[in-house]
Ligand binder design. Structure first.
Ligand code: FES
Length: 133
């Protein structure tokens, strides 16, 4: 298993996305972060953010859907955990980004993907039903 590259020396670059109400209404919003687009979504009670272009074959994840806390790509249905970007069936990582709530507005840090250790991703199943599958 590999893990995503990350550079913790890069200063944060927070971009305002939208109000929580707007993200909840639209489900996903694509943010132009310059050299890449980031899809920012809302699931249950929290925001999440991933690179919008799938690591597999360049389809837009913003056209996908959430299923069991994973964002499913419309291309070939790879499913990326919204908390760590990991697709366990393919052992691949979709880059994810930090989000933050400030005064009911959602922000995304577009400076660099979050670093997730492979040990953390594997050791933390999201629910009892997932850990049994
Ligand atoms: S392009 Fe995303 S799974 Fe193939």
């Amino acid at each position: 298993m590999t893990k995503p590259d990350a550079d913790s020396t890069v200063p944060p670059r927070w971009l305002e996305v939208a109000s929580t109400a707007e993200i909840q209404r639209r489900k996903m919003i694509v943010v132009d972060a310059g050299e890449l687009d980031i899809v920012v979504g809302w699931h249950e009670d929290r925001p999440y953010a991933m690179a919008n272009i799938c690591v597999h074959r360049d389809r837009e994840l913003a056209r996908g859907m959430i299923f069991q806390d994973r964002l499913v790509c419309p291309g070939h249905q790879w499913a990326f955990d919204i908390d760590n970007g990991y697709c366990r069936e393919r052992d691949r990582w979709q880059p994810i980004y930090r989000t933050e709530l400030r005064d009911d507005m959602v922000y995304v840090d577009a400076s660099a993907p979050i670093s997730i250790s492979s040990e953390t991703a594997v050791a933390a199943p999201r629910s009892a039903s997932e850990s049994a599958t």
